[in-house]
Design a binder for this molecule. Structure first.
Ligand code: GLY
Length: 359
């Protein structure tokens, strides 16, 4: 089993990576937190496949479990779901000595994580991510949030899990749409920080999903290790962690302009990474050839490489409202070259020129 430590000032924990971990989740949890009441939050896609396995394993290890099954999908990431979770935690008698288990993809992890950050001013939680996006990114690093009518992830808290169990076997049952969604984030890690990961993806891309899956333990390790390092240096997203936002300023704007009903998050990020890199290379900020290499990989993996045609004023409005905006301007992430990136602060006229240059 692969163990990646996430070493933080106040709370350190491990991300465990191995196929079949879910069957053993009870014993692994018992090593990290002693047996207690465990309230499992999951969704109606994941529950029929994995809930009994995880619940049975936890019970066998001495945990007293209860489970809440929420509807799947981004709409679940809302205040109403948090209210449902609070009612469930109350009925389950969850105290500060107990724990919440988020079993599912990013929506379950973010919403369950947010409920655990605020229930009784904070109880422990464990992430058992079942989607690629959650395994490589959202389950690690303690960002929890829900969406509000005013925007995505607007209410949230930094609350680190006590343990993350990444079981790549769960990806075998992942629908293609969610697979592609996660791949966008995997490419992001290679592009911003890890040329070896990028090269591994280039080697496997033509073999399709099967070839990528054969290398999944290594891929998960690369992504989680990159994230663990960044989060250990910048837990609260004041500097280096913003690199993880590569492709996101444009990607989020696409999601907003399509009312979250067009490209999925990872696919919008893929289109955003291509667009920003084409622009930064034209500006002489990025090593020549980087954009072609990035576009070729995304294309071979079946990810979008162009932004959808959207109204420029609406895109600009969405980009200038991005959460990563600071008082001195908007922060965008650009590649120096594959495997090396930096955060740049730009003004609105620069975003305008960027969007104009994409036409
Ligand atoms: N998903 C980006 C971050 O955790 O900072």
């Amino acid at each position: 089993m692969d163990r990646v430590p996430v070493s933080l000032k106040e709370k350190s924990y491990e991300v465990l990576i191995a196929a079949g971990l879910m069957q053993n989740s009870g014993d692994l949890l018992a090593e990290a937190i002693s047996p207690c009441r465990a309230a499992i939050i999951t969704d109606d896609n994941v529950a029929p496949i994995y809930l009994n396995t995880v619940r049975g394993s936890l019970e066998a290890a001495g945990f007293r479990t209860s489970a809440l099954v929420l509807p799947h999908g981004e709409k679940t990431k809302c205040l109403d779901s948090v209210a449902r979770i609070y009612a469930f935690l109350s009925e389950s008698g969850i105290t500060r000595s107990d724990a919440l288990i988020a079993l599912g993809g990013g929506v379950v992890g973010d919403t369950g994580g947010f409920a655990s950050a605020t229930w009784l001013r904070g109880v422990r939680y464990v992430q058992i991510p079942t989607s690629l996006l959650a395994q490589v990114d959202s389950s690690v690093g303690g960002k929890t949030a829900i969406d509000l009518p005013q925007g995505k992830n607007l209410a949230g808290a930094f609350h680190q899990p006590s343990l993350v169990l990444c079981d790549p076997a769960a990806l075998e049952t992942l629908p293609e749409h969610y697979w592609l969604d996660g791949l966008g984030e995997v490419v992001k890690y290679g592009a911003i920080l890890d040329e070896a990961l990028f090269a591994l993806l280039e080697e496997t891309a033509d073999g399709g999903r099967k070839a990528v899956m054969e290398n999944m333990i290594g891929i998960l390790h690369h992504c989680v290790a990159c994230k663990a390092e960044i989060v250990s240096r910048d837990e609260h997203d004041n500097g280096e962690r913003m690199l993880l936002n590569f492709g996101h300023t444009l990607g989020h704007a696409v999601e907003v302009c399509q009312h979250y009903e067009g490209l999925s998050h990872g696919m919008a990020v893929a289109a955003g990474m291509t667009a920003i890199t084409r622009w930064s290379e034209q500006q002489g900020l990025t090593e020549p050839g980087t954009s072609a290499r990035l576009t070729a990989l995304l294309d071979r993996l079946g990810l979008p490489t162009a932004l959808p045609a959207l109204d420029r004023a609406s895109m600009l409005h969405a980009m200038s409202r991005d959460k990563k905006k600071g008082s001195s301007g908007s922060r965008i992430v650009i590649l120096d070259r594959i495997g090396q990136s930096r955060v740049m602060t730009v003004q609105e006229d620069c975003l305008e020129m960027l969007l104009a240059g994409l036409r």
